[in-house]
Design a protein around this ligand. Structure first.
Ligand SMILES: Cc1cc2nc3c(=O)[nH]c(=O)nc-3n(C[C@H](O)[C@H](O)[C@H](O)COP(=O)(O)O)c2cc1C
Length: 164
């Protein structure tokens, strides 16, 4: 048992290093802007929250280009990436004016973009949101879901990983 008293000041790098020890999948969170343009960014903060009702959450940085669209939207989509979609993850994490150019996608039932060929899709109506530091947590109620055979892309210790 560790009986030492906790560090009074947690250094940011220690916090980041510990958080990075938690393995996650990789998704692209997409939304339609108020003008109807598709927007999206790579996220690994997606998690399921509740089964009944079916709720998920995603944390979006207040500095993200798509942030104001998430604030204004009534829905978002979580597109879960496959092992061979590192390029897609990097594409949606890099600064690029139109991230949807040359990307196969269609509008989901609530208008937010659904990426083609991903491992799973969750189309969500925004249930609630709350501010949390430099991010806002968006809770979504899943209204449509797709899942396909395949292997997920993982993210661990600040690097892409593969299962096995
Ligand atoms: C693996 C990975 C996971 C990420 N997870 C998140 C996340 O959960 N929330 C977030 O706001 N940004 C996350 N980002 C960063 C955004 O994808 C990136 O900052 C954003 O696309 C930059 O976009 P902007 O040019 O639109 O501001 C992640 C990036 C990577 C590579």
């Amino acid at each position: 048992m560790n009986t030492s008293s906790p560090d009074p000041i947690l250094r940011p790098e220690e916090f980041r290093r510990a958080c990075a020890r938690y393995a996650t999948g990789v998704s692209v969170a997409t939304v339609s802007s108020p003008a109807g343009a598709p927007e999206g960014l790579t996220v690994n903060s997606f998690t399921s929250v509740s089964l009944d009702p079916p709720l998920v959450l995603v944390c979006i940085a207040k500095t993200a280009t798509a942030y104001s669209s998430f604030r204004a939207a009534k829905s978002f989509v979580i597109n879960v990436l496959r092992e061979d979609q590192i390029d897609l993850s990097q594409h949606f994490a890099s600064s690029q004016s139109d991230r949807f150019q040359n990307i196969a996608w269609h509008s989901g039932v609530q208008g937010a973009p659904v990426l083609e060929g991903v491992l799973a899709v969750l189309e969500c109506a925004i249930h609630s949101s709350f501010e949390a530091g430099d991010h806002t947590v968006f809770v979504g109620q899943a209204e449509r879901a797709e899942s396909h055979e395949g292997v997920p892309l993982l993210y661990y210790a600040s690097a892409y990983r593969k299962l096995g």
